[in-house]
Design a protein. Sequence first.
Length: 756
Amino acid sequence: MKISKNAEVVLERRYLTRDEEGNLIETPEDLFRRVSAALAAPDQTYDENADVQKTEAEFFDLMTSMRFLPNSPTLMNAGKELGQLSACFVLPVEDSMDGIFDTIKNAALIHKSGGGTGFSFSRLRPKGSVVRTTGGVASGPISFMKVFNAATEAVKQGGTRRGANMGILRVDHPDILEFIDCKAEDKTITNFNISVALTEEFMEAAEKNREYDLVDPRTKEITGRLNAGEVFRKIVDAAWRNGEPGIIFIDRLNRDNIVPSVGAIESTNPCGEQPLLPYESCNLGSINLTKMVKTENGRRAVDYDLLGTTVDTAVHLLDNVIDANRYPLDSIAEMTRSTRKIGLGVMGFADMLLMLGIPYNSEEGVAVAEEIMSFIEQRSRETSAKLAKRRGAFPLFKESTLKDGPELRNGTVTTIAPTGTLSIIAGVSSGVEPVFAYAYIRNVMDHTELTETNPILREELEKRGLFNEALMRKIAKAGSLAHLDEIPEDMKRVFVAAHDVSPEWHIRMQAAFQRHTDNAVSKTVNFAQEATRGDVEEVYLLAWKLGCKGVTIYRDNSRGEQVLSVGAKEEAKTAQTESKGISPRPRPAVMRGFTEQVRIGCGKLYVTVNYDDQGICEVFTNTGKHGGCPSQSEAVGRLASLSLRGGIKINDVIRQLKGIRCPSTIRQPGLNVLSCPDAIAKVLRQAEKTINEEKDIIPAIDGNSTIDAGSEKHRGKDAEITYDIAKMKFCPECGAPVIHEGGCVICPECAFSKCG
């Protein structure tokens, strides 16, 4: 099995099994054997004479060849005690205090198990409504979203994966205007993506600038009217401003609801691509399209024979996931097994187009998308029908909208999910997104810079005799090949980056995949910083007209802290920052200090703190012989030292470092720190206390002050840190730049994901 160094790092950090001391006890090959064995076992449920070893070998080959990978929870938990294999869930939010807090409890159990949750708050009575049982006044959906958010924050502090939520409100809910703006400035709903559920009636009214009704969900009475055009433009303005809310076309989700007799679809998972009934879960996996290209007579083409057999095995595997899964709630197990929905999708699509010599932003590219997804859709249904003959149709088949056709094992078979982490493991482009960057510079130890290049681009440049390190640095600096004289025009046409693709082509590509996808397509439409509100409005209308089920957009530099800028804009921003910079005081020749040993997840960390008459001015670290992250710890120490000598208050430095979590600390008894940075923060706090006691000085701390530090908000000296990941520029776990892709925020370095 051949995987990249990046893939090895991601697997070690997030997927491979460790013992109680945090030591790795599993290799990547062991992981895939563990998962294959666990997912092959359900075959015996349907045939006691089933050749489970044969199935296990097929699943092992499917994954180790990187032709297909199931979603992250399956890789993490299959064959382990937890055994929770689903990525996301949808829970109902009832209009009662008991119902609301039952849902909060259930969501906490799901987050604890590693899943994300979607909610519709559309059933909740509007703000200001009279509560008859108490004579009080209802606080409305947004206030309860904040309660859900706080519960998520509490659970994720002790969990292995960050809790992620989707919050949805119908556009005809009386509190819709408050919902649209609920994430404009306030940083209290940081664990939610939000989307407005738009109806067809509303979209038609918006197009004609007509009024529409607001309806109280409890009484079903009309409580007011708003101009649909003005509300639509308000949604556009909010999305233009910072990317939220997104939009979903709720009537389209219910048009494809296979069991409307059971209930209506109200919400999706946190990335927007999996509409689910209350208590359903999503069980997803993605085919690596770069493995589906063959060479015939010197030309590359799609290998449909290999794609077909890959689909067959992948559908078999995903159906087995439903049986092997240990669900966090009995109600989820029952509902998931009654419809047996699976979501087979793709990754590496942009890379496949590069291999075929086809531009992403072209009619030919869109045609390939339709052709590929149409084949996967048809073959998946055929395979599901074959499984139904051997295992039976999904239990609700007879009352489903599919009842007049051939029996199917699975209520849905296709979904285009975000594949940030899986794409890193497979070494390909994410989902159906264009390539974000073709070359970038990675900083390693001893101030060494390494340039990494997209392997398909490198192959083509080497074939033409154009590859060299200087050109790769130029590409990394520019962020695109589009304006480089050294690159031939025919290559520029094919090797387009995400920022070279116009919003219209993003939507056209999304619509092409949507036409052959049962569920929905997770994708981000990227806009340049200069894009106008009118540009965003045009894209939303185009998505509606072309049959998309939802849209997520991101305008470059639109948030308080830009996720990732490229080229000259980043240089200009850096230059501006440097021009206003401050100079730290020189390092004193003689200082006093002490060293403290701290036990961390992967060994021992020695933290030395030095100080002079002006206070603490130097921090440096050393790791024991069993490892740790010496380069990262050294970097933290250097930056802390620079900050302290530059006049930054020590409390601010400590606040930035404390609470950062490292996977190696998880479930290790006796550890008093969460990571190396957290250890440094604790030693700094103790050092400050010791030095102040020496000087008999009480530090001046304003306990009522509110300090905004980047994307964190601190209230009072003992307040808990809250991270607004959506507005982060750098990964909170490894410090690398993060990007908007597949309707989510992901780190291409360590595979951190906002969506869990």
